[in-house]
Ligand binder design. Structure first.
Ligand code: NAD
Length: 492
């Protein structure tokens, strides 16, 4: 049957080949079904990479490093621009794949994910040509010291399922721009859009510079992160996965770049523009069905506006459109899998088993095909509640009442996570003071969720470390080296 987010156009061409050493090859490992979460239907089957194929990919990336690391920033920049152009040209097709494989509304995949993906490649194409750094100098008479910024080697990039093509861009563009070679592993749930890029990479890049291998975390993933020729591992994923990767990486002292989960606090003061808060949380608490590590999911509402906010937000959230037949009508999609939907449902069940937590709207699995869960708002939540402390990664937002602003800041910081946060007030002095005290990689003022290629994105605490986007990311994917030249001081 026609699924909720199924585009009403011809089915897009599906690519199922891996990319190893410049060749498009069928996987030789376990064959897994790839689902459309909006319908539960099987879209295709993909053979994962075998152990031998992962090995071949790593060795190819290692061989390719010698040549690629010696290209100039201009040469790499030109190739990144060509990749961006190819993605832009195929954006409709890639958006269709993203919509099918994630269940996202097609119009949002096209407008948001694909536009951002193209921009990220273009940003790093420019950024790598205008990096700045320390001055060279004669710190010992007769010797000039200078600093080089050089690539690291083979990077294993491991991506999650929430924004497959955009996460690929965040990882691939800075790593390539900095002169590294890669073995990229998409999530086992969502390989389709990245596999569609394999022919583009194969055409535009020398063999082995980027390799794409599919497979699960415990098999293909753990082979990648424990291989001695892999010099850096970049993960976007769960905290537990980050911990496993750190353990594996410790054996060969690999560099690591970890973008892990989040539980973003949203502090709403009595003097906030409530209409703007309601619109902001309705959009950014539930975007991508809340499967977003920056989702505006943990509201602290000051006593003076608490009841009004809960009432208006409840009405707004219950108006969110999903699982409709017309793609353009849908604002959010399903959860990625039955497992993820059931995980979300069990978080909400446990929360509602506590008498102080009140269901304002939602809190049920959507009846019908696909892995949809109703957009949910829970009020009366307390700071120590599981639903306030743990990442749900679904369309669930909680509201906790506070009296004094200092209490809200303490509660916001009382979290294992440290990725994103926001403060809503019409008093700029107050906003700036709170922004200075929040222990998060990003704080928005009277906004939430907005990311730009020019600014760093990354967490503190158990949300990980290392920055995506911005020239900070180029620094993470490269190393500083000191070169000292002895030239004497006597001209005679
Ligand atoms: P996940 O950790 O289960 O999987 C992420 C990737 O890691 C997948 O490709 C998976 O196959 C791989 N993996 C799993 N175990 C592995 C292992 N032992 N060795 C090597 N690789 C392994 O996460 P997910 O469920 O795909 O994504 C959701 C999580 O990602 C959420 O916790 C979310 O907050 C986080 N996330 C964080 C950011 C950020 O920028 N901080 C962005 C998006 C998602």
């Amino acid at each position: 049957m026609a699924g909720a987010a199924t585009p009403h156009t011809a089915p897009p061409q599906l690519f199922t080949s891996l990319l190893i050493d410049g060749e498009l090859v069928a996987g030789q490992g376990v064959v897994e079904p790839i689902l459309n979460p909006a319908t539960g239907e099987v879209l295709t089957h993909i053979a994962e990479a075998s152990t031998e194929q992962v090995e071949t990919a790593i060795l190819a990336a290692n061989r390719a490093f010698t040549g690629w690391s010696r290209t100039t920033p201009q040469q790499r920049s030109n190739i990144l621009l060509s990749i961006a152009d190819a993605i832009e040209k195929n954006a409709d097709h890639l958006a269709q794949l993203e919509a099918l494989n994630c269940g996202k509304p097609l119009h949002l995949a096209r407008q948001d994910d694909l536009t951002a993906t193209v921009d990220v490649f273009r940003f790093f194409a420019g950024a790598v040509r205008c990096q700045t750094g320390q001055l060279s100098g004669e710190y010992v008479p007769g010797y000039t010291s200078m600093v080089r910024r050089d690539p690291i080697g083979v990077v294993a990039s491991i991506a999650p399922w929430n924004y497959p093509i955009m996460m690929a861009a965040w990882k691939i563009a800075p790593a390539l721009a900095a002169g590294n070679t890669l073995v990229f592993k998409p999530s086992e749930h969502t390989p389709l859009s990245v596999l569609a890029l394999a022919p583009v990479f194969s055409r535009l890049l020398p063999n082995g510079v980027i390799n794409i291998v599919c497979g699960g975390g415990e098999g293909v993933g753990s082979h990648l992160v424990s291989h001695p020729k892999v010099r850096m591992v970049s993960l976007t994923g769960d905290i537990v996965t980050g911990q496993k990767i750190l353990q594996a990486a410790a054996k060969t002292l690999k560099r690591t770049h970890l973008e892990l989960g989040g539980k973003a606090p949203v502090i709403v003061c009595n003097d906030a523009d409530i209409a703007a808060v309601v619109e902001g949380v309705r959009t950014y608490g539930y975007y991508n069905a809340g499967q977003d590590c920056t989702a505006a999911c943990r509201i602290y509402a000051q006593a003076g506006i608490h009841d009004r906010l809960v009432a208006e937000l409840g009405a707004a959230v219950s108006s969110l459109r999903f699982a409709g037949k017309r793609d353009a009508d849908n604002e959010i999609g399903p959860l990625i899998s039955v497992r993820q939907r059931d995980r979300v449902a069990s978080f909400v069940e446990r929360a509602l088993s506590q008498p102080h937590i009140e269901r304002i709207t939602g809190a049920a699995v959507h009846s019908g095909p696909g892995f949809f869960y109703q957009p949910t708002l829970l009020a009366g939540c307390k700071q120590g509640d599981e639903i306030v402390q743990r990442e749900v990664f679904g369309p669930v937002v909680t509201v906790t009442r506070f009296d004094e602003l200092s209490q809200a800041v303490d509660w916001a910081n009382d979290s294992e996570y440290g990725l994103a946060s926001s403060i809503w007030t019409q008093n700029l002095d107050k906003a700036m003071q709170v922004a200075g005290r929040l222990q998060y990689g990003c704080t928005w003022i009277n906004s939430h969720f907005m990311l730009v290629s020019e600014m760093p994105h990354g967490g503190l605490k158990r949300s990980g470390y290392g920055k995506d986007l911005s020239s900070d990311s180029l620094q993470d994917y490269s190393v500083v080296r000191h070169i000292m030249a002895r030239h004497g001081s006597d001209l005679a």
